[in-house]
Structures are given as C-alpha cells and as structure tokens.
Design a protein around this ligand. Structure first.
Ligand SMILES: Cc1ncc(COP(=O)(O)O)c(C=O)c1O
Length: 259
C-alpha cells in the first residue's frame, strides 16, 4: 500500500498527543481560561511525557488501524507487524467467526439498546455462557464486556471487608481497584515469587477469608505447593480463576460452598 504520509512530522499528526482530546491540551491556541488549571501536576507531567514521546515518534498508543487486525496491520499508510494485540488464537479474520458475526448482525442488529441486566441479554449470551461453563467444567459462567469489569466483579462479589487479598505486586490495576472497592485488607507479594507469597500468607493478621490473586497464566496448585501452602489448610480458600479447575479441586470447592 503506498504511503499516504511520508514525513515524520506528517506521521505524528495522527498519533501525537496533540491529536488526543482534539489537540485541546497540546495546542498553543489561547483560550478564555487557563486550560492547564484543569490538570493537576501529575497529569501535566504525563501529558508532557506523552508529547515528548510523540515528538520522538515512539508513542505507541491509540494508533488508528486502517483495516482489520491480525499478525499484520495497516496504519498510517504502512504495513506493520502487530506484536501487541491479544489475538492469541488468531481468530480475527477466521471465516467461521466472520460468518457468524454477520449472521448475528442480520438477526439481532448492531445493538440491544440496553445493558445486559435490563434489555441487553440475548439468547446468544446464554448459549455462549453455557458453552463456556461446559468447557471450564463449572456449573455456570458469566461474561463481561471488558477484563477490567470481570476483575472488579470477581473480587467484589466474593469478598467483604472482613476478608483479605494477597495480591501479586504486578497484578493489573483493575485487581488493585477491585480490592479497594471490596474494602478488603490487601497484602502484596513480590511478582510470581512463591517465598514472598508464603511470607504474606503466614504473617498476615487473621482475616475472614483470604483470596490469592495472581495475574496472567497461573498454575494455582503448583504455586501453592511451591509456597508450601496446604490448600486444605483451614482459613485459606482458593478460587482458581484462570484455566480449567482440576476436578478434585472443584469438588473440594463445591463441598466447601455447601458446608
Ligand atoms: C491481566 C489483565 N487484566 C485486566 C485487563 C483489563 O482488561 P480490559 O482492557 O478489557 O478492561 C487487562 C488489559 O490489558 C489485563 O491484561
């Protein structure tokens, strides 16, 4: 594809912080009020850093794609290798997925006109969730429109302020904010460090229940074993949030639930 934009300066026009917020903060145009007073010091530093990254041509966010995503994408009139998407299964562009999406739009339109709780649930949601539950080996599943919301729900719906979360120090921000919302005590362990996890589990004050929250691909059984934690230990309940839950662990969790 021929390059629409050749000079670096032109290229920056679409990605610079000047482009963000309609150039509101970057433009030198005077306004009737002091627009910088809208930003606190931290935000001003962030905008400044963003602008410098844009000037250096290394600002990686909000790059508008000019076609479908995949291993290769078109952006700013150039073909680029995509190294940061989450299309791990390579299903973008899969003919079956495209065909199903087109059929769904024909049948249901492009929106439900409401949130899931009110008028926004369609039979496809239920179908997807029961298939996910069968795949995960659970009695039910629920999907969310973003990872952030899923994390908020997972923590706040299970825990109360009497409880404690032992949190990986590099866990996604949404998990830390979920803990705040749940009002739980938070103890942080060093990223993926089983000795540190063990230390936090052993040295914390008594709490109602303890949830260990890890980020990314986490083999719960292995980590607990490495941390020297007996998962049958009284007071420690483990919710395996990722991957398939091993059958014998699932039985223990179900039994604990019904006690
Ligand atoms: C581990 C993890 N949790 C949560 C999120 C938030 O997901 P979303 O951007 O869909 O809200 C992300 C997104 O990058 C993530 O990587």
């Amino acid at each position: 594809m021929p390059s629409k934009l050749s000079a670096a300066g032109d290229r920056r026009a679409t990605t610079s912080s000047g482009g963000l917020f309609g150039e509101f903060f970057a433009s030198k145009k005077s306004s009737t009020f002091d627009k910088n007073s809208l930003l606190d010091g931290r935000a001003r530093r962030l905008f400044d850093l963003t602008r410098r990254a844009c000037d250096a041509g290394v600002y990686p966010y909000q790059l508008p794609l000019e076609g479908r995503s995949g291993p290769w994408i078109e952006a700013e009139g150039r073909r680029m290798l995509m190294l940061s998407s989450y299309d791990y299964l390579g299903l973008i562009g899969d003919e079956r997925v495209d065909a199903a999406a087109i059929e769904a739009v024909r049948k249901y339109g492009t929106g439900t006109g409401g949130v899931r709780l009110l008028t926004g649930t369609i039979d496809l949601h239920h179908q997807m969730e029961s298939e996910l539950a069968a795949f995960k080996g659970t009695s039910a599943a629920i999907t969310f429109s973003s990872g952030y919301l899923a994390n908020l729900a997972a923590v706040t719906s299970v825990l109360s302020p009497m409880d404690c979360v032992v949190l990986d120090s590099l866990a996604h921000r949404s998990l830390a904010e979920a803990c705040k919302l749940a009002g739980v005590t938070v103890r942080r362990y060093a990223h993926n460090d089983c000795a540190s996890l063990r230390h936090e589990l052993e040295s914390g004050p008594p709490s109602g229940r303890t949830m260990i929250v890890a980020d990314g691909d986490f083999d719960g059984r292995r980590h607990l074993h490495l941390a020297g934690v007996d998962r049958h230990q009284e007071g420690i309940r483990v919710l395996f949030a990722g991957g398939r839950v091993p059958r014998h662990v699932r039985h223990r969790i179900d039994r604990a639930r019904h006690r």
